[in-house]
Design a protein around this ligand. Structure first.
Ligand code: IFM
Length: 452
């Protein structure tokens, strides 16, 4: 089994997590500026005000990408940096930053993959109802148009929305992420519907104003499911559990089918329409047409999964993890099988080329006396995960893989306590050190995944 010749090897970041320059530079506030700026929300009061100073150090960072041999860099635009109020007046200084970044990438032969929304809702739009206000569909569309007009002469790959599961679930159901709300279920379903419509509108605008044919997708996430054995009934159990609704209604957003069926199949799952009926907004055929505007790529952020078997009662059941099962520094289980079965089940259902838009782990990284960062656990993790992905590559259409993350960065409510990078960042001095895993990844890329 091998990766195809045109398989893309990259790494990813997002704006607030790496850019810094959060105040000034013509940028408006977004909900994370406000949320992290207040005590009690983020570990030790950390904020993304400085983050990795990618805004100033992007040249050095692109040089590092080149050293690792990255073929692609997935980054996001901060909506409030280019449109400080979310709509209307354009911040040319912000546009100029992304122009410079894109030019630098292209000069180094690294293809930009641009994400429109990785959670920076402009605060001015939040005050007008944010995702609750149906006007956001056009606000987001206008933002996508601006991006197409300014960048699509050089950027042809786009993802509209990153992980709606997380920004709706953590931000509006659990209140652990910005804006820190525990909203009624009714509100969250309404927001989710607007998110999906905004995605569709952005696809239309990107296509309409794109200066070349564009490849467009979206990048949801979720825990995957994999079978305990390869018996057909266990495989079927894992498949069923992957696309099932969450057990608890307040966990509804952590789900694959509610987000992906509308976009890729043009309908919400029937079971969900029945169960969530009391909470749902009005959903029209025109809405579904907009939401299912054809896309080209299907991104999926995959970190882990649950082991599943068919129970004696003929229903899927989760298999308890073994005592001492491996975990990352975030306490997330290490389950490489998720990178074989996840893409496979998704491809079977949606028939779109799959890009792993994020995958990686947080480790307890530290600088050794030799000045290097030795991270054998990350190398072991990636070896296993990529081997599983390689197995999938022999069976389904896979477009690429983006390591999360290029740099250690601001891990949302966990602040700087979770180090996910291939590149170590000393946040006091902003010194960068390529971890052992970065050199290892360089060799993987060189061999197109043959050397794992
Ligand atoms: O850092 C995040 C990223 O912003 C979204 N996906 C998961 C990553 C690790 O938690």
């Amino acid at each position: 089994m091998s990766f195809s010749k045109d398989f893309v090897w990259g790494a990813a970041t997002s704006a607030y997590q790496v850019e810094g320059a959060a105040k000034g530079y013509g940028k408006g506030l977004h909900i994370w500026d406000v949320f992290a700026g207040e005590p009690g929300h983020v570990f030790e009061g950390h904020t993304g005000d400085r983050a990795c100073e990618h805004y100033f150090r992007y040249r050095e960072d692109v040089r590092r990408m080149k050293e690792i041999g990255l073929q692609a860099y997935r980054f996001s635009i901060d909506w409030s940096r280019v449109l400080p109020e979310g709509v209307g007046k354009v911040n040319e200084e912000g546009i100029a930053f992304y122009d410079r970044l894109i030019d630098e990438l292209l000069e180094q032969g690294i293809e930009p993959y641009l994400t429109l929304y990785h959670w920076e809702l402009p605060y001015e739009l939040y005050k007008r109802g944010g995702w609750m206000n149906p006007e956001i569909v056009e606000w987001f569309g206008a933002y996508a148009r601006l991006v197409a007009e300014r960048f699509s002469d050089r950027v042809s790959k786009y993802f509209t929305i990153n992980e709606p599961q997380c920004f709706i679930g953590h931000g509006f159901l659990r209140g652990e992420h910005a804006p820190g709300l525990r909203a009624p279920l009714r509100d969250t379903f309404e927001m989710a519907h607007n998110v999906l419509k905004a995605h569709g509108r952005a696809v239309q605008m990107l296509r309409q104003y794109g200066k070349q044919p564009l490849s467009i997708g979206f990048a949801p996430t979720c825990g995957m499911c994999y079978p305990e054995t390869e018996k057909p009934e266990d495989i079927e159990a894992a498949r069923q559990m992957l696309f099932a609704l969450a057990e608890e209604d307040r966990d509804w957003a952590w789900n694959v089918s509610w987000w992906s069926d509308p976009v890729l199949l043009g309908r919400y799952p029937e079971e969900g329409l029945r169960r969530y009926e009391p909470y749902l907004p009005r959903i029209t055929p025109e809405d579904m047409k907009l939401i299912s505007e054809p896309i080209d790529l299907y991104g999926q952020n995959i970190y882990n999964g649950r082991c599943v078997r068919m129970g004696e009662n003929g229903k899927p059941e989760e298999v308890k993890r073994k005592e001492g099962f491996p975990q990352t520094a975030m306490g997330w289980p290490v389950t490489p099988e998720a990178l074989y079965w996840g893409p496979k089940f998704l491809y079977e259902r949606y028939h779109k080329p799959i890009y792993i838009t994020e995958n990686g782990m947080a480790c307890h990284d530290l600088v050794s006396r030799d000045g290097r960062v030795h991270d054998p656990s990350r190398i072991a993790f990636l070896t296993e995960y990529l081997s599983q992905l390689k197995r999938a590559a022999g069976e389904i259409e896979l477009g690429g893989y983006f390591q999360w993350s290029l740099l250690d960065n601001f891990e949302w409510a966990k602040g700087y306590s979770g180090r996910f990078g291939l590149i170590y960042v000393d946040f006091a001095t902003q010194e960068r050190i390529l971890k052992d895993s970065a050199y290892w990844y360089r060799d993987v890329i060189r061999s197109n995944g043959e050397e794992l």
